[in-house]
Design a protein around this ligand. Structure first.
Ligand SMILES: C[S@@+](CC[C@H](N)C(=O)[O-])C[C@H]1O[C@@H](n2cnc3c(N)ncnc32)[C@H](O)[C@@H]1O
Length: 267
């Protein structure tokens, strides 16, 4: 990993506990979704499922999948997330391998090959160039066994209709409450960027403080996403769902709904 290219845009991930609380509600749904998609479209397994999570964050999905008997590997750019993910596995007596690396140029542990790799919640949009995105997809494809699946979830952009957007998530655990607000500015079509802002209001031991992070996401219209996929022919589109993770409901890569979950198979 080239450490000089690390960006401060991931600063809100310096507080893994709060990030983790905010996303916790999604974990069971996403875990079931990964298992369900593998059952339906994945290769026949002759042992525990080997799962790879590029940009694994706090390790919430590493933990839930490891607890269900799967072998889990993942990496993240942010050292606080990596430490948190390692510690949570250790604390629960679970196995898993976590390291620090970058989506654009990551390496795999020697001999590692996975049945499934997943990258949800628009994490892929942190990659800020087309070359970086192609490199990440090629590396993810190379990480998979033949017929292995890559599950990629991201928000699409309709450049003709990009009003400012706002989403709120609330996380709670005894003694701590986190309200996370995320805003996206209208997309800049030429630069292929949308300015993002997250503000976490953390109330702990009766005191409230605010942590704010600004960053740019790279944008993908349906046609930009399709064009990217043509550059990685070793990945074939099997089916698309959305962030409701309802496997009975399929869709196309279009603007019918902005969140898309691609199921790609390694050729
Ligand atoms: C929205 S979180 C998702 C984490 C995890 N996959 C999950 O679903 O909870 C995005 C993660 O991407 C990481 N990240 C951002 N840019 C990255 C990059 N270029 N390479 C590796 N990780 C990156 C951040 O540190 C953060 O942990």
């Amino acid at each position: 990993m080239n450490k000089s290219s690390e960006k401060s845009a991931t600063a809100w991930y310096d507080s893994p506990l709060y990030y983790d609380m905010v996303y916790a509600d999604y974990t069971p749904k996403e875990t079931r979704c990964i298992e369900g998609i593998m059952k339906k479209h994945g290769p026949v397994l002759d042992g525990p499922m080997r799962v790879f999570e590029p940009a694994c964050g706090s390790g919430r999905l590493l933990e839930s999948l490891s607890a269900r008997g799967h072998v889990v590997h993942g990496f993240d750019l942010n050292k606080h997330q990596v430490a948190f993910a390692k510690n949570r596995l250790k604390a629960k007596g679970l196995k898993g391998r976590v390291w620090r690396d970058r989506l654009q140029d990551f390496s795999l542990p020697k001999g590692a090959r996975y049945d499934v790799a997943h990258c949800f919640v628009s994490t892929f949009k942190y990659i800020d160039t087309e070359a970086g995105a192609v490199s990440a997809l090629r590396r993810m494809a190379a990480s998979l066994r033949p017929d292995g699946l890559l599950l990629l979830g991201l928000h699409l952009t309709d450049y003709k209709n990009t009003p400012p957007d706002h989403e709120r998530w609330i996380g709670r655990k005894p003694g701590v409450r986190v309200v996370s607000d995320t805003w996206s500015a209208p997309a800049d079509r030429k630069a292929r960027k949308e300015a993002m802002r997250t503000r976490m209001r953390i109330t702990e031991k009766g005191k409230t403080r605010v942590e704010e992070t600004l960053w740019d996401f790279r944008t993908y219209s349906p046609s930009e996403l399709k064009a990217l996929l043509t550059k990685v022919p070793s990945l074939r589109l099997v089916v698309c769902h959305d962030f409701h993770y309802d496997l009975t409901s399929t869709r196309k890569i279009d603007m019918a709904y902005s969140d898309v979950l691609l199921v790609l198979r390694k050729a």
